[in-house]
Design a protein around this ligand. Structure first.
Ligand code: ATP
Ligand code: MG
Ligand code: MG
Ligand code: MG
Length: 465
């Protein structure tokens, strides 16, 4: 089964069970300024769960495009390090708005996996929230799941929240055992973060709304929100152990090899490119432009990481935008908006690449020289600052390189440099204030210096060293 076949089979199964097939909403949530990107299928239905909005149907199913590259659910640092996390992925979901609850949600999921997809029950492991006796009884007594493959876990694993506020509730998760030849342990054990037992589907029993003041109130009607990663179920159905081995990613990996001209067949950097082209392209499709703050800075940071990985593979000149054609080939049928904006996406990526490659080589030289001169395993703050301020290296990009070389970042030293620069520019009465915005609870640097921003406008690169 191709990924496209699985997407259709899922939507069709739930359509047959009375669900309205609803289109994916954009990555920029229309109804929620607290959320950076749509990170789950339920986001477009948030107000339906809380009762603020009513719809013409009380059951829905979607294949929702999602980005997890910031905020409560952030998988950017996992990309290429696990077989299962992407910045962009599609979440298959079924939803009940005060209609069916736990029993039917569990029955539908179990029937879809074991009957429609034909998966053996012995390969599936189940978790529920430790206080949820009702869900346990449904799984063990009604579905006949073996207690050996069942566990109760705490809030960290089995209480789902989209963010700091919004609808939430206990959940039950379904894992697939990829077999003995893959390292890892069952859910709740020490090896759970490895890739043997992979979480494929989360069934959330929506019962509460988390309020900004920290209180939790019951929803008007208990509801259901589920999410299954399309790429993960595709790996299961295609008999492979990594998402990067599914049809879609094989095509994108080939494209990454072609556009960078590398001889390398498989690598971390190739996986990063195959991942990042999807998040970057779809963010642009949904109206995000590279910039120095907020969503635009997330996009800029991901593009710059991609450009650096291409450079590491030996790409000459701009290359990343050339992957858009293959992405359209793979995903255009499911997402006509991608086809409609192909030229625009290509153009924006290309111009962002052109801008960054002007300073990338010089920045890499600064970094390599600094590393060669190190007498500890920590990259000094002034180097991080110089890369950021002069060469347009977002701090997380430097962090990405440091991780590959097993180095830590001296963030305190970086802060000192930032502070000094702020004071100097204030003394000069200049414009050099830096943009520090709070996007998701953590204070992140969302901008590099205004000097860089100004240089960009002028189309020149700045070297103040
Ligand atoms: P994990 O524990 O593997 O990080 P999660 O518990 O954070 O997953 P949920 O928030 O429960 O994920 O999302 C529902 C489903 O979406 C998951 O069961 C998984 O199949 C899929 N999914 C979640 N995050 C990603 C990701 N970064 N890339 C691909 N698929 C994902
Ligand atoms: Mg996660
Ligand atoms: Mg999980
Ligand atoms: Mg989960």
């Amino acid at each position: 089964m191709t990924s496209a076949d699985i997407r259709s089979a899922f939507l069709e199964y739930f359509r047959e069970h009375g669900h309205e097939v609803v289109k994916s909403s954009p990555l920029v949530p229309g109804n929620d300024p607290t959320l950076l990107f749509t990170n789950a299928g339920m986001v477009q239905f948030k107000d339906t769960f809380t009762g603020q909005e009513t719809r013409a149907y009380n059951r829905a199913t979607t294949s929702q495009r999602c980005v997890r590259a910031g905020g409560k659910h952030n998988d950017l640092e996992n990309v290429g390090y696990t077989a299962r996390h992407h910045t962009f992925f599609e979440m298959l979901g079924n939803f009940s708005f005060g209609d069916y609850f736990k029993r039917d949600a569990i029955k539908f999921a179990w029937e879809f996996l074991t009957v429609r997809m034909g998966l053996p029950a012995e390969k599936l492991w189940i978790t529920v929230h430790h206080e949820d006796q009702e869900a346990e009884d449904i799984w063990l007594k009604e579905m006949g799941v073996s207690a050996e493959r069942f566990s109760r876990l705490g809030d960290k694993d089995n209480f789902w929240m989209m963010g700091d506020t919004g609808p939430c509730g206990p959940c039950s998760e379904i894992f697939y055992d990829h077999g003995e030849d893959v390292p890892g342990g069952p859910p709740g054990s020490d090896g759970e973060d490895l890739d043997r037992y992979i979480e494929i589907w989360n069934l959330v029993f929506m019962q509460f709304e988390q309020k900004p003041d920290g209180s939790r109130t019951p929803l008007p009607n208990p509801s259901i929100d589920t999410g299954m990663g399309l790429e993960r179920i595709a790996a299961v159905m295609q008999g492979v152990h990594s998402n990067y081995q599914i049809d879609l990613f094989q095509a994108l990996l080939k494209s990454a090899r072609d556009v960078t001209g590398t001889d390398v067949q498989e690598s971390h950097s190739l996986q990063v490119l195959a991942d990042h082209i999807r998040s970057c392209s779809f963010m642009i499709v949904d109206g995000v432009l590279p910039s120095n703050e907020g969503r635009g800075y997330v996009l800029r940071r991901i593009i710059r990481r991609a450009v650096r990985h291409g450079n590491k593979l030996g790409a000459q000149g701009t290359f990343f935008h050339k992957m858009v054609a293959e992405l359209v080939h793979q995903m255009g049928e499911a997402y006509p908006e991608l086809v409609a904006k192909q030229a625009e996406v290509t153009r924006i990526l290309k111009s962002e690449e052109e801008q960054f490659i002007r300073t990338l080589d010089a920045g890499m030289k600064v970094l390599d020289d600094a590393i060669a001169a190190l007498d500890s395993a920590t990259l000094p703050g002034d180097v991080i600052f110089r890369l950021y301020d002069t060469h347009g290296f977002p701090v997380d990009l430097t962090g990405d390189i440091a991780r590959e070389r097993e180095l830590a970042l001296d963030m305190d030293g970086f802060e000192v440099c930032m502070q000094r620069q702020r004071e100097q520019s204030r003394a000069k009465g200049g414009f050099g204030t830096d943009v520090v915005l709070d996007v998701d609870g953590d204070t992140e640097f969302l901008g590099y210096s205004m000097l860089d921003a100004k240089a960009e406008v002028l189309g020149v690169s700045v070297d103040q060293a």
